[in-house]
Ligand binder design. Structure first.
Ligand code: G
Ligand code: G
Ligand code: MN
Ligand code: NA
Length: 251
């Protein structure tokens, strides 16, 4: 309960901020985008991980305010980097199922894009399979988001249950291979088979496939060998502050 009280005031107290994890092309090392990851630094409790406060925010409804703040900040940051001479091709922002229940998600996204001036194609929204399958009207929201030009990615792909028939009808551009499949990719034959299957599925449906949680050269080489040239993970970079992004990637 105390945590909930603190969380409700976290935005106005400036305790919430974003980190950005680079997404790269494996063969060239080129920056293709970043994923925005929310952080909460409480003055007494310290840094609280999102796995602790996102579920709380979802249960209390605070996720709507938080999600809006995150989206706004992410888009603003893209413009700030641009002004500082750093071109980040796109930014991925995670959405919770609860944010779809509000109905007006499309208006919110459109307002934020027009307020910040970020081009819609440079924003990619990440939703999990369960968000898509368990949200009534998810199809409608996703089509609406697509119609205003934002890109969509399916996060943690392979860990949920999604209907491929459903997937085929959705205007999604990207599948993110969950990091649990990448971890033992070169030693576990099942993980290897799953990763290859996702890469093939993506190819045949004309989707980009990005691997998450890439930590070793061996994993990267495996992915490249099997036709996946996009990755995110500690091998390339941990999530960075906006300043560290500039320091590391500017020109
Ligand atoms: O960031 P890691 O750095 O610890 O993130 C842990 C989890 O929190 C991930 O599953 C990620 O999708 C989720 N997460 C991070 N930032 C956000 C956010 O802004 N909104 C939502 N809904 N989830 C987020
Ligand atoms: O579920 P989602 O994919 O949105 O969350 C991304 C999470 O994965 C964040 O917690 C982020 O810090 C973490 N992460 C990013 N790269 C790596 C990695 O290479 N290894 C591990 N173990 N975690 C990672
Ligand atoms: Mn994600
Ligand atoms: Na993930």
């Amino acid at each position: 309960l105390r945590l909930e009280t603190f969380l409700r005031r976290s935005i106005e107290k400036d305790e919430i901020f974003l980190n950005y994890q680079p997404q790269v092309e494996i063969d060239t090392g080129r920056l293709i985008g970043v994923e925005a990851l929310v952080r909460w630094n409480h003055p007494e409790l310290g840094l609280i991980p999102p796995i602790r406060f996102i579920p709380l925010a979802e249960d209390t409804g605070f996720i709507n305010q938080l999600g809006k703040w995150v989206l706004h900040e992410a888009c603003r940051q893209m413009v700030r980097w641009q002004q500082a001479g750093l071109h980040v091709p796109k930014i991925a922002v995670n959405l919770s199922a609860k944010q779809f229940e509000r109905g007006s998600i499309v208006n919110m996204v459109a307002d934020i894009l027009s307020d910040t001036g970020l081009e819609p194609q440079r924003l990619q929204l990440e939703v999990t399979e369960s968000v898509i399958m368990n949200t009534g009207d998810a199809m409608v929201f996703i089509n609406d988001l697509h119609s205003i030009g934002v890109a969509l990615a399916i996060d943690d792909f392979g860990t949920g249950y999604s209907s491929l028939a459903y997937l085929k009808q959705l205007p999604v551009q990207t599948l993110k291979i969950d990091r649990s499949f990448i971890k033992d990719i070169s030693t576990d034959v099942n993980d290897e088979a799953i990763a290859i299957a996702i890469i093939q599925l993506g190819k045949s449906m004309n989707l980009s496939v990005i691997a998450e949680g890439v930590e070793t050269d061996e994993q990267a080489a495996f992915l490249l060998r099997h036709g996946c040239n996009l990755a995110q993970g500690y091998l390339y970079s941990r999530p960075l502050s906006s300043d560290d992004m500039l320091a590391r990637w500017q020109k």
